[in-house]
Design a protein around this ligand. Structure first.
Ligand SMILES: Nc1ncnc2c1ncn2[C@@H]1O[C@H](COP(=O)(O)OP(=O)(O)OP(=O)(O)O)[C@@H](O)[C@H]1O
Ligand SMILES: [Mg+2]
Length: 1064
């Protein structure tokens, strides 16, 4: 198969399919495991099925998992993560890669088991230089915003770390750089301020190509490499730049910006020190800059960037004077944009600057006379052999001249900055061992990727030309790698064919090619774009890469390696001319500003010098071609490594990957082509063991026997078997070439089998057809077996069913009989058991009743004797009280006399108390009667209980076996007994309570009686007192009467108390 670099693929076509139509929801030729899950490959060369979709899905999965880097042989694919994955770039990580890949010795591929990384490329490049003593280059490419500049910075920082030598775990975190290295690392991003701008695709887009050469002193390396210390030290750097986009100085679209440094100058707090008129000036005061809504670039404001830029400028040796020169030069560019031209004195063929202040300011900045300055823009000096004269310019031409001047000045500024950086960092002058030119080089190329827009102009052709040159080298390198692999597998190289891009390069740079035609048109008087197109088409009509546009004479197309691009030739001729009008050149030279007046002779940037004698060399493209050729020559002396950057989505967001743009970039980056080329002629491969496993079923062993022998190694045997299987399975696919030689669809290597395009698919399809056929055979046998079983069932079924029914019936009868017998036996046993239990329960119940009755009788007897004892006690107490009353009576007559003399009030109280006592005694009498009645009732109930018990005993005897009835009766009796016993207990407690109350009342009576006695004694004392002390006969008489009255009353009460007590 011829590698077409992905050309055959249709661009951006989307079709919809239903996954349900595919077995297990897996697409054919997908790299999945036995469960249908996608298998991820860190190295895509190992993808079993190789096609664009496999590459895309592999990258997509890794990208989603936060793995931006994937290997394709020696190439690293870097998918822009659009988020800083800190863990990937720690000092520890750097040491890990450098230790493993540089400082540790191993026989195996040191990358085994390591995740792909930029550090892998930088470490291996360093190793190649330090131990192999071969200059290295790392070529980073990709479309705008894909991450080239970031990747170069990452690689450069790693290089600075790896050249320090092996690091232990302990000092892996320490990153101390010596001052030269520090300057190299820090100064490089300075170019971003002058050469980068915000575009729609990237906020920090590099608008120039860059080849940074890191210089190493490898002179102390011995013949045997040292793995314990670094002998290859980074000592400086040199930078070469390509094709700065100068148009951006004078115009940019609304959403974009011009170069960062303009905004930085205008945001500088001290800008007036460079030019006082800058004070208070804003972005919108300069037409080339204009209003910008962007406030931050890479998280820093323009003012912050300004401070950083100044700091680095100082670091590379730009002193205050030069700093001023630089910013004045920038102000000159800004000022050019503010010139407005109008027709001079109403003559439209002439022009003048209408903004007088602006031209004066510009002249002031340039340090020239303002009239001279104006004339340079509005007139053109023409020279003939004999005379020199001036031609006035129209306003448009004058404006164009001002713009050209601004672009030229900015170009000079940019190159001047590059020169400053180079002067400050190059090893030749800055390294102590300088003066030499034999430093080892690791070059880092950060160059614009292939471009294809809706409208493609001269710049795109230049850029794509550069990419074609690089692709040529890339293809050569990949081819070399393929060669090596095939050789190691023992496959003949004649089998490999691949498509290089010499055709395209011939079309562009060959004799009579596009470049030659354009240059010719540029020097031809009256040369124009359309003539260029027609001549170019005519001269190259046999080129397979040229596309003719029959509908537009100003357009032509080129089949680039990465795809077809149509170019619009408008302004090709003028864009290619690099001749600034003499008047403007002179104006620049006349300037007091040293940067503006600088001539190319002073330029040390490494840019090719103008070849005065060769007009072709003076065109932009001519110079560019020379530059590129020199770069390519340079690169060819190095061992190149590739990093292909991919922008996974246009929204610049993490995780997401848009299929169509990604696959297009993969094509452009030549990734698909690279892998295809890596498998050129044989895009698919399988281990010989896998061949045996998968396609054994297609092997007719008799027709195609294996040549294996017992004394072969396993690997050799597998090779023989694979050879035999594939010869058999792919016999039908064999073709004949022109020479009549048979071309087979596979080659078997020592460990792998390689397949031509379509061969593996053919095998897979046959395999699945074979499997289908086998499945049909299996189904046939299975169906036969099932049908036979059914038939046998049908024949044998009836008898079998009858026998089964009979057996089932007998079984059921037997079981029913057994069940009945078992139930009868169990019922009987249960009856017997219950009967015995009943009798036992009855006997126990009888005994319980008898015990209860006996207990009740005992209790009653005890209660009776207790009652009698208490009655006796009460009688004894009564006698005692009577005795006390009798003794009281004796005392009463004496006391009564004394009490008569007590005042009437006391007597009244006495009367009240006596009345209360009478009531109390009344109450006690009634309570006593009640108790007696209750006692009688209890006695009667007891009699009834005794009678009932007797009846029960009799009934119990009579009841016999009618247990249920008896039990009922017993429970009734029980409850009655319970009620009775409750009533008895109640009566007992009531009795006891009454007795207690009676006793309490008796005690109260006794105390009343005592009180009464005391009272009577007091009364008597009061009466004696009155009789003794009073002379009033009336009072004495009344008192005596009253005392006598009280005494008789008292006697009555006492008599009543006595009677009452007697009743108790
Ligand atoms: N490895 C990375 N990790 C995190 N972010 C990244 C990485 N690489 C790139 N980016 C992000 O992508 C942006 C664009 O990257 P970069 O400027 O390197 O692109 P480029 O390829 O140089 O584009 P241009 O051709 O326009 O200069 C960066 O500003 C950064 O935000
Ligand atoms: Mg960049």
């Amino acid at each position: 198969m011829d590698c077409d670099g992905g050309r055959a693929a249709k661009k951006g076509e989307q079709i919809y399919i239903s996954m349900k139509e595919y077995p297990f929801g897996v697409l054919p030729l997908a790299n999945v495991d036995v469960n249908g899950n996608l298998v991820e490959f860190a190295d895509m060369v190992k993808l079993p099925y190789l096609h664009e979709a496999a590459i895309l899905y592999n990258l997509k999965r890794r990208h989603r998992e936060g793995k931006p880097y994937t290997r394709t042989g020696d190439i690293i694919i870097a998918v822009n993560p659009f988020q800083w994955l800190t863990h990937l770039y720690t000092e520890k990580k750097r040491s890990y890669y450098s230790n493993r890949l540089v400082w540790e010795q191993t026989d195996k591929d040191p990358r085994d088991g390591m995740e792909p990384h930029v550090y892998e490329v930088s470490a291996l490049a360093y190793k190649g230089l330090a131990f192999g003593n071969v200059d290295q280059s790392i070529l980073v490419s990709g479309e705008s915003g894909a991450g080239k500049t970031e990747t170069v910075k990452i690689a450069m920082n790693h290089m600075a770390s790896v050249q320090q030598g092996p690091k232990s775990e302990a000092d892996a975190d320490i990153a101390q750089l010596d001052p030269v290295v520090d300057r190299v690392v820090q100064s490089n991003p300075l170019l971003e301020a002058f050469g980068n701008a915000k575009t729609l695709r990237n906020d920090n887009s590099s608008r120039f190509g860059k080849y940074l050469q890191l210089q190493f002193d490898n002179s102390s390396a011995g013949a045997v490499p040292s793995y314990t210390r670094s002998t290859c030290k980074l000592v400086g750097s040199k930078c070469e730049v390509y094709l700065l986009e100068k148009n951006r100085v004078t115009q940019h679209t609304e959403m974009e910006r011009t170069y960062h440094v303009f905004y930085q100058l205008l945001a500088a707090p001290d800008k007036q020190k460079y030019w006082p008129k800058l004070a208070g000036k804003r972005n919108e005061d300069f037409k080339y800059v204009g209003k910008s809504s962007t406030t931050k670039i890479e998280d820093m404001t323009d003012e912050e960037h300004y401070h950083h830029t100044v700091k680095v400028l100082r670091m590379v040796g730009v002193d205050d004077n030069m700093l001023k020169e630089l910013f004045v030069a920038i102000a000159i560019v800004l000022q050019c944009g503010n010139l407005v031209f109008g027709a001079k004195g109403g003559d439209r063929d002439k022009s003048e600057v209408t903004t007088r202040t602006e031209i004066k300011d510009l002249a002031e900045l340039l340090g020239v006379d303002d009239a001279v300055c104006e004339m340079a823009f509005t007139e053109r000096t023409m020279k003939t052999r004999s005379e020199t004269y001036k031609v006035p310019l129209k306003t448009d031409a004058a404006k164009e001249a001002a713009d050209s001047f601004a672009k030229e000045v900015y170009g000079k500024i940019f190159l001047w900055v590059v020169d400053q950086v180079n002067s400050a960092t190059n090893a030749e002058t800055n390294y102590q061992g300088g003066g030499r030119d034999d430093f080892g080089i690791i070059g880092l190329l950060d160059i614009f990727g292939f471009e294809s827009f809706k409208v493609n102009r001269f710049e795109q052709l230049c850029i794509n030309y550069a990419n074609e040159k690089l692709q040529q080298k890339f293809t050569e390198d990949v081819f070399r790698a393929v060669q090596e692999e095939y050789e190691s597998e023992g496959i003949e190289l004649a089998e490999i064919t691949y498509d290089d891009n010499t055709d395209v390069l011939d079309l562009i740079e060959g004799r009579g090619g596009l470049l030659a035609m354009l240059n010719e048109e540029c020097v031809r008087p009256g040369g124009n774009d359309q003539d260029f197109v027609q001549k170019a088409l005519m001269a190259n009509k046999t080129s397979p890469c040229l596309i003719v546009n029959r509908t537009d004479r100003m357009s032509f197309g080129v089949h680039h390696y990465a795809g077809k691009v149509m170019y619009d030739a408008d302004k090709f001729v003028s864009s290619n001319q690099d001749t600034l009008p003499t008047d403007l050149e002179e104006l620049g030279k006349a300037s007091a500003n040293s940067i503006v007046s600088r001539t190319e002779a002073a330029d040390t940037s490494g840019k090719p010098k103008r070849q005065k004698s060769n007009i072709v060399g003076q065109t932009i493209w001519g110079k560019y071609k020379t530059q590129l050729s020199s770069l390519m020559t340079n690169l060819r002396t190095t061992s190149s490594r590739y990093i292909r950057c991919i922008k996974p989505n246009m929204r610049k967001v993490p995780v997401a990957m848009e299929h169509v743009p990604t696959i297009e970039q993969l094509r452009c980056a030549g990734v698909v082509a690279a892998v295809t080329l890596a498998r050129s002629a044989f895009p698919n491969r399988l281990d010989n063991q896998a061949v045996k496993f998968r396609y054994n079923s297609m092997w007719d062993k008799n027709a195609f026997p294996s040549k294996q022998t017992n004394n072969m190694t396993k690997e050799q045997q597998a090779k023989c078997i694979a050879e035999a299987i594939l010869t058999c399975a792919l016999k039908e696919k064999e073709t004949k070439n022109k020479e009549g030689k048979i071309v087979r669809q596979f080659v078997v290597g020592h460990t792998k089998s390689y397949f031509r395009a379509g061969a593996l698919e053919y095998l897979e399809s046959n395999r699945s057809t074979g499997l289908d056929a086998q499945a049909t055979t299996i189904q046939k046998y299975m169906r036969g077996a099932v049908t036979r079983m059914r038939l046998r069932d049908m024949v044998e079924g009836a008898a079998k069913r009858e026998r089964e029914a009979r057996l089932a019936k007998e079984k059921a009868q037997r079981e029913a009989q057994e069940k009945a017998e078992r139930e009868a036996r169990e019922a009987r046993e249960k009856f017997e058991r219950e009967k015995a239990e009943r009798e036992k329960a009855r006997a126990e119940a009888n005994q319980k009743y008898l015990d209860q009755i006996a207990k009740l009788e005992n209790d009653l007897k005890f209660e009776e004797s207790e009652g009698k004892r208490r009655l006796k006690n009460a009688a004894d107490r009564k006698t005692e009280i009577q005795n006390q009353i009798a003794s009281l009576k004796e005392q009463t007559s004496e006391d009564a006399k004394r009490k008569i003399l007590e005042p009437k009030k006391i007597v009244a109280q006495q009367k009240k108390k006596v009345a209360e006592q009478a009531k109390m005694i009344d109450f006690l009498k009634k309570e006593n009667k009640k108790i007696r009645k209750e006692h009688d009732k209890v006695q009667q109930k007891y009699d009834v209980v005794a009678e009932n018990n007797e009846k029960l005993l009799k009934a119990s005897d009579i009841a016999g076996d009618d247990f249920d009835k008896k039990e009922e009766q017993m429970s009734k009796v029980d409850s009655k007994n319970k009620t009775l016993s409750d009533t008895l207990n109640e009566a007992k407690s009531l009795n006891a309570q009454l007795k207690d109350e009676c006793m309490a009342k008796q005690d109260a009576y006794m105390s009343q009686a005592e009180t009464r006695l005391e009272y009577q004694k007091t009364m008597a004392r009061i009466l004696n007192m009155i009789q003794d002390s009073s002379v009033e006969a009336q009072l004495i008489e009344e008192t005596v009467c009253w005392a006598l009255e009280a005494e008789s009353e008292s006697k009555t009460i006492m008599a009543a108390l006595e009677a009452e007590t007697a009743m108790m």
